[in-house]
Design a protein around this ligand. Sequence first.
Ligand code: TRP
Length: 342
Amino acid sequence: MPSDTNPRSVILTGDRTTGPLHLGHYVGSLRNRVALQHEHEQYLLLADTQALTDNAHDPEKVQRNVVEVTLDYLAVGIDPTISTICVQSALPALAELTLLYLNFVTVARLERNPTIKDEIQARGFGRDIPAGFLCYPVAQAADITGFKATLVPVGEDQMPLIEQTNQIVRRLNRQTGRLVLPEARALIPDIGRLPGVDGKAKMSKSQGNAIPLSATDNEIEDAVHRMYTDPDHLRVSDPGQVEGNIIFVYLDAFDEDREAVADLKSHYRRGGLGDMVLKRRLTSILQALVAPIRESRLSLAKDRDFIMDILQAGAARGRKITEATKLKLMEALGTFRFDGES
Ligand code: TRP
């Protein structure tokens, strides 16, 4: 359990609803969220609107995955009676805040955002960047501030988005002369980001190098089997390289027996420890982690009404909070407000 957190934080995180979540999400933030929900006020945002910024050609996928991601949340242990799960598109105040915030950020600043730069590259947009995509950090600032979140458990690739959020917050606070909105802090896991099973820097569904939280035992076994280890570790008796060896990165992330992992590392360095021993160990650890999640997901998926009730209740709560933030901010800014009554 992360210890350096304020006793009463408001936590918000979101996930784009483009596909079921995977072990990278689990290590990057889900594990933290499950641990933190008992002591803090926590909101989870199903970011369908953000998902559309680079999936406008496939809205059906985005829609379908709202339920898939909800199942992932519940199956890993997010408790809907203490955490609130909201669909982003069901909260119109977030869109209104986004429109307002767009006036407090420049296009040049958005273009400089390192996360956006990387993502534009990865998606091969060239000069044809959807405007919604370039501006999604502003919408994400609305997500975070709409709930007045102070703590955001995310992977480290999201750091620039939190910085951008805080810059907008400071501008708004300066403009209004009040502390209308709090700044937010990112909570980054110790392990950093989980590489893909192919050894690439990031596990991602679109790269085809992810192990989903719904993976079967066989899928896990295959994925671990395919992992590259140290290319110079040809014979079991050869000394092996631990640093940058993906099996050890995974053992560091998932094996709770720290002492055993330390022993395995020194044995590997000395020579005499085969890759298959490590792979078998990792396979059974991952299978033991994923099996109950997969089972629970399957049984939850049968009760669609239960899922819909959770989303309804979450949306109602989320609407109230974000609408209140929006009204407070508009009042502080002194913007025109039409209430329709004479
Ligand atoms: N950008 C995040 C991702 O790609 C998803 C997200 C949307 C988010 N809104 C958020 C994360 C608010 C943290 C806070 O995974």
